[in-house]
Design a protein around this ligand. Structure first.
Ligand code: NAD
Length: 263
């Protein structure tokens, strides 16, 4: 399968790290102009941005917009359209996790997870869809999770947000179906990224386990393949969903989870 995105602009939220960075680089490899977004060390982010330009010969810009703020999220999309001419492919990927029993989950963490993992997809999509409709072509890809389909204890806000993004994805797909736009959700199982690494200490505390027990008995326990999904595997799926060959796939909630949700 080859997918050329020459002449297309892709904006990937939460792409200074992990899955988002792999998706941004995979689109750049296919010729797309890129807008990356996310937090982190300024020099490291600049290295990623210029690395995309150097490695793939495409223009890449960076937005430091905070995806927990609706106004900043919308402004990021309108600025990208101003600077790059369009946002043809929007990947709503930014996300955070917090591991805690419901009754101990700080309300501000609940609000933050809902804002970043769910509401940001609404704000970015509402800013991008008019341009996509005008061009009669667009791709909206939401990074959901196996937790869009099933739950795990101690992740109530995350599971609620991810189930929410599945419903949002289907609704956007129905509203945009006759405009050459598709909207789909990718549902990875455990992918080895900083997001997973960071929840190990809290899971150790919440469940009274060692690091090895968390990796083998909690994380990989759920995945029949007993292997982490890789960021490149997720990026390859995102490339396919953005290609013209995938134009009939819309409103789909697609698992890439080593068989986790088959169980
Ligand atoms: P990561 O921590 O490596 O990357 C998260 C990205 O989001 C970073 O670029 C970070 O800077 C950015 N971000 C966080 N808060 C932000 C904010 N307020 N505004 C803008 N950017 C912000 O994590 P990852 O594992 O690559 O996660 C990416 C997505 O994949 C998330 O939506 C996550 O829920 C989802 N996911 C991850 C896994 C996994 O196992 N790693 C599994 C299923 C789904």
């Amino acid at each position: 399968m080859s997918a050329s995105f020459k002449g297309k602009v892709a904006l990937v939220t939460g792409s200074t790290s992990g899955i988002g960075l792999a998706i941004a680089r995979a689109y750049a490899a296919e010729g797309a102009v890129i807008c990356i977004n996310g937090f982190g060390d300024a020099a490291a982010i600049e290295k990623e941005r210029s690395g995309i330009e150097k490695d793939f010969g495409v223009k890449a810009i960076y937005s430091g917009a905070d995806m927990s703020k609706g106004d900043q999220t919308q402004a990021m999309v309108t600025d990208a359209i101003k600077q790059l001419g369009a946002v043809d492919i929007l990947v709503n990927n930014a996300g955070i996790q917090f591991v805690s029993p419901v009754e101990e989950l700080p309300p501000e963490k609940w609000e933050q997870i809902l804002a970043i993992n769910l509401s940001s997809a609404f704000y970015a999509s509402r800013a991008a869809i008019p341009g996509m409709k005008a061009k009669k072509w667009g791709r909206i890809i939401n990074t959901a999770s196996a937790h869009a389909l099933i739950a795990s204890p101690f992740k109530s806000a995350y599971v609620a947000a991810k189930h929410g993004i599945a419903g949002f994805t289907k609704t956007v797909a129905l509203e945009t179906a006759t405009f050459g736009i598709t909207a789909n959700a990718i549902c990875p199982g455990y992918v080895w990224t900083p997001l997973v690494e960071k929840q190990i200490p809290d899971t150790m505390a919440a469940r009274g386990l060692t690091r090895e027990q968390v990796i083998n008995d909690v994380l990989l326990h759920a995945q029949p393949t007993k292997q982490f999904v890789t960021v490149d595997e997720v990026a390859a799926l995102a490339v396919y969903l953005a290609s013209d060959m995938a134009r009939s796939i819309t409103g789909a909630i697609i698992s890439i989870d080593g068989g986790w949700t088959a169980a």
